[in-house]
Design a protein around this ligand. Structure first.
Ligand code: XIL
Length: 370
């Protein structure tokens, strides 16, 4: 009797373990998901060989204190560019009027330099992560214009000439997101404190000040949902056209690229070509492709195809200079905290294992569609 029970138990246990391990709620299910296989091809080296300037990522503290994170970040040839996720924003750099704090941004520049990575400054004038002394200060148009000038001059001026790759010393590699997210999705201007107090002119003010503070930086306007043709991307194109006709110094349009799995627009190339036809460069600046959790084999394959499509679009547009990912490991992605139920938006999982998405990028760089 006892023996019979033992035998049954021995048969049941493996079956139970297998079915549990396949259940999406269990973490070790990751072991079952497909992973990247082309990791011997470092992404930045490959994209530079194919004629682009960089394949980079957005990083900041606390992850930059994590040794494992730094290990992957500094893998030779993997990432050639870095954008700080938070440390150069207004709340981080000028929390009180006229009192600038650059220490975290400086530390990030030092890490990027030590890894041979070029920098993108991010971001001067934005309605988010804006200290309340600016957003609720009740300033007149004249005062707020002055405040914008002081801020842009302070921040861009501080890093002028310091955000260069020590290896190449090319000033052209240094870019800034001068204005971020100026539009609503319907193409109207976002009613930020800058727009409601100053009007559209705050944009020209910011760019003129940035150019004076760092004549070598490529100056960008950056936004999301402008990657494919849309009312918002048309509004962006019209704004840039108008700025250029007024002689406002603008060099690039940044496409953030916060995508949803399976919803990459089919008009990326056409849209970016319309932008570069204005005489500006374009770049994908914060790419992530969020998945409605849990991940499955299918979502991983779809994500591979999606990353492939985005990078392929950049490869096809001459004026697309590079691609920056919105981080590289799911361990530190902003997605789960901002979009409940979504996650897994990056090319490495939380254990730093590359996903098929990595291969999707390699394939795109090599000219292969997935
Ligand atoms: C995000 C950061 O990644 C988060 O750490 C932070 O809490 C919120 O901002 N558009 C941008 C980025 O331009 O600066 C934002 O980054 C994501 C949306």
């Amino acid at each position: 009797m006892l023996r019979f029970k033992l035998q049954t138990l021995l048969r049941v246990i493996p079956v139970l373990f297998l079915s549990l391990s396949l259940h999406p709620q269990f973490r070790f299910v990751n072991a079952q998901l497909p992973t990247g296989t082309e990791t011997s091809t470092p992404l930045n080296t490959a994209i530079v060989q194919a004629g682009k300037k960089y394949l980079g990522d957005m990083s900041d503290f606390p992850e930059l204190n994590d040794e494992q994170y730094l290990g992957t970040l500094k893998t030779p040839g993997l990432f050639g560019q870095m954008t700080p996720g938070n440390s150069m924003k207004w709340d981080a750099t000028e929390p009180t009027r006229g009192q600038f704090t650059f220490s975290n941004g400086d530390a990030i520049v030092a890490i990027a330099d030590s890894a041979g990575q070029i920098m993108r400054g991010h971001t001067c004038v934005w309605h988010n992560q804006l200290p309340s002394w600016v957003s609720s200060g009740g300033f007149s148009a004249e005062e707020l214009t002055e405040i914008v000038e002081e801020h842009v001059k302070g921040v861009v001026g501080h890093w002028a000439g310091k955000m260069r790759n020590l290896l190449t010393q090319t000033p052209i590699s240094d870019s800034w997101d001068v204005v971020n997210e100026a539009f609503n999705d319907d193409g109207t201007m976002r009613e930020s404190v800058f727009y409601t107090t100053i009007g559209e002119g705050y944009i020209a003010t910011a760019f003129n000040t940035a150019r004076a503070a760092d004549p070598n930086a490529k100056l960008y306007i950056n936004d999301y949902n402008i990657e494919g043709t849309s009312a918002k991307s048309t509004a962006m194109i019209n704004l840039v056209k108008s700025l250029k006709s007024q002689g406002v110094p603008i060099d690039g349009i940044g496409l953030q690229g916060h995508f949803i799995l399976g919803q990459i627009p089919n008009t990326l190339v056409q849209n970016m070509q319309a932008m570069t036809a204005l005489g500006v460069e374009v770049a994908f600046t914060e790419v992530d492709i969020r998945v409605e959790l849990p991940e499955t084999e299918e979502t991983r394959e779809q994500q591979k195809a999606d990353f492939n499509k985005v990078v392929e679009a950049c490869m096809q547009v001459e004026g697309c200079v590079g691609v920056t990912l919105g981080g590289f490991t799911d361990k530190y992605s902003w997605v789960p905290g901002t979009f409940p139920g979504f996650g897994a938006a990056l090319i490495y999982d939380e254990e730093y294992v590359a996903k098929p998405a990595y291969d999707g990028i390699v394939d795109a760089i090599k000219g292969k569609s997935d």
